[in-house]
Ligand binder design. Structure first.
Ligand SMILES: C[S@@+](CC[C@H](N)C(=O)[O-])C[C@H]1O[C@@H](n2cnc3c(N)ncnc32)[C@H](O)[C@@H]1O
Length: 203
């Protein structure tokens, strides 16, 4: 099936199945293949609006799980009390605002954050968002926790992958079928956070 048709198929399917956006299928495919989340997990979803990944995460974590969603934009969908939403910029938000005063670490961090595309320097801005995620990880992710983050493949991608490999036991780049072929969108999937390691922080 051509990519365009595939895109339209996922769009229609999302509507029919009650997901807020077709991006739901990317996380469903990631979860099916990579088993990032488990029932009862606390999940952080960075760049969560309009909320389709939150819907998928809730299905996996079940009644005892929790999801914290962060986005620059307001999430309009009304979720149940397992979800805590924070409107703000990932570059400005502090770890405590995410973990809460009790410092509850997450078992999984997801980032589908994407810069506003301008056609110039988008991949570098996307990589900076990922480095911000890696910068937050030591203060928010539990030992042996997992991470999935979106990145536009570009000049920074090899360094980003290298930095992620320095912090996790197992790291791979992955492109879900539900991602459009024309986009350079990839997901870095990392299992088994090893505390004590920090990113090298290129730019
Ligand atoms: C592709 S959308 C996410 C879709 C979402 N995963 C879903 O399934 O509904 C990317 C989101 O990243 C957010 N974003 C971009 N930069 C951000 C930043 N610095 N801090 C927080 N959110 C950001 C955008 O506002 C946008 O809503």
């Amino acid at each position: 099936m051509a990519r365009r048709e595939l895109h339209d198929r996922f769009f229609k399917q999302a509507k029919a199945e009650g997901y807020l956006a077709r991006s739901a299928y990317k996380l469903l495919q990631i979860q099916e293949l990579k088993r990032l989340m488990r029932p009862g997990d606390r999940v952080l979803d960075l760049g969560c609006a309009p909320g389709a990944w939150i819907q998928v995460a809730l299905e996996v974590v079940g009644p005892k799980g929790r999801v914290v969603g962060v986005d620059l934009q307001e999430v309009r969908h009304a979720f149940d009390p397992r979800v805590h939403l924070v409107q703000g910029d990932a570059f400005e938000i502090g770890a405590e605002e995410l973990t809460g005063p009790a410092g509850g670490l997450f078992q999984v961090v997801l980032s589908d954050m994407a810069p506003n595309t301008s056609g110039h320097g988008d991949d570098a801005r996307s990589a900076r968002l990922c480095w911000r995620v890696l910068e937050l990880v030591p203060d928010i992710l539990a030992p042996a926790g997992n991470l999935a983050m979106k990145v536009l493949e570009g000049a920074d991608y090899p360094n980003l992958l290298k930095d992620t490999k320095g912090m996790f036991a197992q790291v791979k780049g992955y492109k879900p079928k539900a991602s459009r072929d024309v986009s350079r969108e990839m997901y870095i999937i990392a299992h088994g956070y090893v505390p004590g390691k920090t990113p090298r922080m290129v730019p």
